[in-house]
Design a protein around this ligand. Structure first.
Ligand code: SAM
Length: 341
């Protein structure tokens, strides 16, 4: 079926892609691998229960580049590489260079746990990566190790490497976890001021089984009631920025701002402008919804660029106005490690 109005059928460039609620899609998040070198309980099921997709199911660099080129022709300007951990994908620097060279891509960012950034930051910058979001939930080395299985020193080295390479502005994302790091928010704010990072707190989202979601869910409203947060944050001036999922409050004394991403308590879907392409080639229109569009099969069965563009349009058209998270186990089919956040 041809979905383009007649005036566009004669044109080489299709019209920009939008969803059924008039939201123009300008942002594609691409998970480049579904493996990670950390083991956060809220992101992935236990090792016994989690199996990365077979290698041949991963989109190749050529396929990812093609998807980006077609998305760019539909008006996508912003790409974020994520995972799993994107830096464990072999050849990641080459992939960044390929995407950076696609005409129309103006903003190329990566979400990473930063443990390998010390090694890669400079090469990524030279390849065309512009900035990074770094995930860090605690500054307590022992807790970090319990929570992730990793070494906090690697992350701190990674943050400094990103600063030295100019992968800025750097955002620090911390998931709020009741009973684990809910008393550490002020410490994280102070760290972000010292290191000139933009900190954002994220509410825990229940995905596939992994952790006791209800037990560890800690809403932003509770955080904002903590005296040490009230002492640091000016509560009177909420700000929003473009289609960002976060809303922000200024820090006192002009020390920057802190962001809050509230998928649970204050749905962040209103200005959503994104699609997610997962490492197995499925397009996910909405983070919590399990309906997916199979781009990989289409690409591997000889679909034309036009047909791939139609799949991107279909994915956009099937976006929900507001996504819905379910607390019960198996409420969702995918874990975040597979989706990419
Ligand atoms: N490995 C990279 C990283 O650490 O940023 C990219 C992938 S990771 C899935 C992306 C983000 O999703 C991280 O900030 C992580 O903390 C967040 N995340 C994972 N599971 C989550 C959950 N259940 N609720 C909220 N955020 C989650």
């Amino acid at each position: 079926m041809n979905v383009y109005p007649l005036k566009f059928q004669r044109n080489a460039t299709p019209p920009p892609v939008a969803d059924g609620f008039g939201r123009k899609i300008g942002y594609l998040r691409i998970s480049v691998v579904d493996r990670c070198n950390l083991r956060c309980d809220y992101c992935r099921p236990s090792a016994d229960d989690y199996h990365a997709a077979p290698r041949q199911h991963l989109l190749s660099f050529e396929e990812i580049e093609r998807a980006v080129r077609i998305a760019a022709s539909l008006g996508v300007e912003k790409i974020r590489l994520t995972g799993g951990e994107p830096l464990v994908r072999k050849g990641i620097v080459e992939l960044v260079a390929r995407i950076a060279a696609v005409p129309g891509i103006r903003d190329l960012a990566m979400s990473t746990n930063a443990t390998l950034l010390d090694e890669y930051a400079q090469a990524l910058r030279e390849a065309g990566l512009q900035r990074v979001n770094i995930s860090l939930d605690t500054l307590d080395a022992q807790k970090f190790s319990r929570l992730t299985g990793g070494d906090l020193r690697d992350v701190l080295r990674g943050i400094h490497a990103a600063q030295d390479a100019g992968l800025t502005p750097i955002r620090l994302n911390a998931v709020l976890l009741r009973g684990i790091n809910d008393a550490e928010a002020a410490q994280l704010i102070d760290f972000s001021i010292r290191e000139q990072l933009e900190l954002r707190f994220i509410e825990l989202m229940p995905m596939r089984e992994g952790m006791d979601w209800q037990k560890h869910y800690f809403p932003v409203a509770e955080l904002l009631a903590q005296p040490e947060i009230i002492a640091r944050v000016d509560m009177s001036a909420w700000q929003r920025q473009g289609s960002s999922a976060a809303r922000y409050l200024p820090l006192r004394d002009g020390q920057g701002r802190v962001g809050f991403i509230e998928p649970m308590s204050n749905r962040f879907c209103v200005g959503c402008d994104r699609l997610r392409l997962m490492s197995d080639g499925k397009l996910r229109p909405c983070l919590p919804a399990d309906n997916e569009v199979d781009l990989r099969s289409a690409m591997r069965s000889g679909s034309s660029d036009r047909e791939i563009a139609d799949l991107l349009r279909n994915a956009a058209a099937s976006k929900q106005e507001i996504g819905e998270y379910r607390f019960e186990a198996r409420g969702h089919q995918r874990s975040m490690i597979a989706i990419g956040g």
